[in-house]
Design a protein around this ligand. Structure first.
Ligand code: 2BA
Length: 107
């Protein structure tokens, strides 16, 4: 058994959630925050049989999109001061971790 953690953009969360349900996979959604952009994202927890992991990742991949986001960075000009300049970062599609599950129970 594996536990899949998938961090997706909030804008894709609904589509990912619907696609997982439609494909017959159970998932738990957690509201999360990216440590770099400090923006909200969604973390899915999905526990599944080993042989289904690739299919689940494919479902997530098909509904998660790459996007450009801007983060403000500060440039210093010595004594003449500072200027705030937006820097581009590419976020997503999905960041996925797969771990082993030692024990799984529903009691
Ligand atoms: P954030 O930490 O808010 O990162 C958003 C995007 O900012 C990242 O997109 C990446 O393009 C950029 N970024 C992050 N840290 C950076 C740094 N130190 N220098 C320059 N650019 C940086 P993604 O890589 O697609 O990550 C999207 C979200 O997935 C992240 O949001 C974070 O919540 C999660 N994530 C990504 N890698 C992770 C990891 N190794 N461990 C845990 N969570 C991770």
């Amino acid at each position: 058994m594996k536990l899949i953690y998938a961090i997706v953009n909030n804008d894709d969360a609904h589509a990912v959630s619907s696609a997982l349900t439609k494909a017959g996979y159970q998932a738990t959604k957690l509201a999360s925050t990216g440590g770099f952009l400090m923006a909200g994202n969604t973390t899915f927890l999905i526990c599944s049989d080993d042989e289904k992991v690739n299919d689940i990742i494919e479902v997530i991949k098909n509904h998660s999109h790459k996007r450009k986001q801007y983060v403000s960075s500060v440039a210093s000009y010595g004594e003449s001061g500072y200027a705030s300049m937006p820097a581009e970062v590419f976020v997503g599609g999905a960041t996925i971790f797969v771990t082993n599950v030692e024990r799984f129970e529903k009691v």
